[in-house]
Ligand binder design. Structure first.
Ligand code: PLP
Length: 391
């Protein structure tokens, strides 16, 4: 008898292939490789899909977030409130600007920032709040707006939230500006890449200049316009945060698949929810009541008092069966740089601390089969029941 095939189920796998391969031919053959017509078209369609007038492609979500803060004039002396449980880039961009990141705690049920804790941390120096739509679930934007004084900017870190919505409004149009990621762990990818969206025309104009070294006119205006002697003026400090047209071409193809990908992930998420309905120690991720989840990841919460084994033991045993898992993300205040520089202690943010210790992302991506999902479910249940009977 044949030995059973060794399984290898990744935590995430980008769904790219022949369409994306074909898409890069045109820019490669035309020779227009840096930001150009493909990026412009990707931006136009991304803005349309997310219901906003302006979208600007960047090299990553990190640079998109930096661009937003720089465009808003965040600098030394300013404070920016960020969730204590997120990818480290959410806080790093505040430091890039010379401003101070002020952490706010997160809720254990949504993993998103707690508006009441944000309210407690507002000072006269607070210039902005970055609300992260973690794993594809939008933060409670209405409650956040309610607690923010006028003049404090509300920014969306929508790295995980392309295609998500909150009370009928798409992510990207819920705050003053938003930043998306197209890293391969996100539901649509351009390899690396990001996008800024905003409804504010003047901020969009500033950010457009800043992502291209601060130049007052674009490369297209220079190279394709009627005045070959044109050189840009540089009146503000800029960066090179331009996306390439190769990435723009891939992004266009991926964007067309976004809704199908989310629907596929939602279907798999429902199967997990159904299968683990009778497993109270493994709490399922929260679904939004008046919106849609983008399912960048399927992040469960292991109740430490009730679980038959420790989270890391479960992760190791799943790994031995060929199933990759990950902790949800980091409690940033527990990471060396922030802990040491700002004198933070683990218990300062108990919600973030517990999410760091107890969250467990199980595989969810568009290259998983129904059989893969069943294998994950059976493996989790089998390992838990062995642990319960031996413990
Ligand atoms: C919440 C959050 N913010 C920002 C980022 C940074 O995205 P990028 O890798 O595109 O810079 C990530 C990436 O994982 C993220 O999850």
């Amino acid at each position: 008898m044949d030995a059973p095939r060794k399984r290898s189920i990744q935590i995430s796998l980008p769904a790219t292939g022949e369409d994306e391969w074909q898409a890069v031919r045109e820019p490669l053959l035309s020779g227009w490789l840096t930001q150009g017509p493909k990026v412009a078209e990707f931006e136009r369609r991304f803005a349309q899909r997310h219901g906003v007038p302006h979208a600007l492609a960047t090299t990553s979500c990190t640079t998109a977030l930096h661009l937003i803060l720089a465009g808003l004039g965040v600098g030394p002396g300013d404070e920016v409130i960020v969730p204590a449980f997120s990818w480290i880039a959410t806080a790093n961009v505040v430091v890039y600007c010379g401003a101070t990141p002020v952490f706010a705690d997160v809720r254990r049920d949504t993993y998103n920032v707690d508006p009441q804790d944000v309210a407690r941390r507002i000072t006269p120096r607070t210039k902005a709040v970055v609300a992260v739509h973690l794993f594809g679930l939008c933060a409670d934007m209405d409650a956040l707006r309610d607690v923010l004084p006028k003049g404090v900017h509300l920014i969306e870190d929508a790295a995980c939230a392309a295609g998500a919505s909150w009370n009928g409004v798409a992510a990207g149009g819920l705050g003053d500006a938003a930043a998306f990621s197209f890293h391969p762990r996100k539901s649509i990818t351009t390899g690396e890449g990001g996008m800024v969206t905003t409804r504010d025309a003047s901020l969009a104009q500033t950010m457009d200049q800043m992502r291209n070294h601060g130049a007052s006119i674009s490369e297209e205006q220079r190279h394709l316009g009627p005045r070959p002697y044109l050189l840009p003026e540089f009146n503000l400090l800029g960066y090179n945060y331009r996306m390439t047209d190769l990435q723009g071409a891939v992004g266009l193809v991926q964007l067309q698949k976004l809704d199908t990908y989310i629907a596929g992930r939602d279907h798999m998420a429902r199967r997990y929810e159904e299968a683990f309905a009778g497993t109270p120690w493994l709490r399922m991720p929260r679904r939004p009541t008046g919106g849609s989840h983008a399912w960048q990841a399927f992040v469960t919460y292991m109740e430490p008092e009730q679980a038959p084994l420790a989270r890391n033991d479960l992760m190791e045993q799943l790994q031995a069966r060929g199933i990759a898992t990950r902790p949800g993300t980091h409690a940033i205040h527990m990471l060396g740089y922030y802990r040491d520089r700002f004198g933070l202690a683990v218990d300062d943010y108990p919600g973030a601390r517990d999410c760091d210790r107890n969250t467990l992302a199980i595989p969810l991506h568009n290259r998983m089969s129904a059989d893969d999902i069943e294998y994950v479910i059976d493996s989790v249940k089998d390992i838990a029941s062995c642990a319960a009977s031996s413990g």
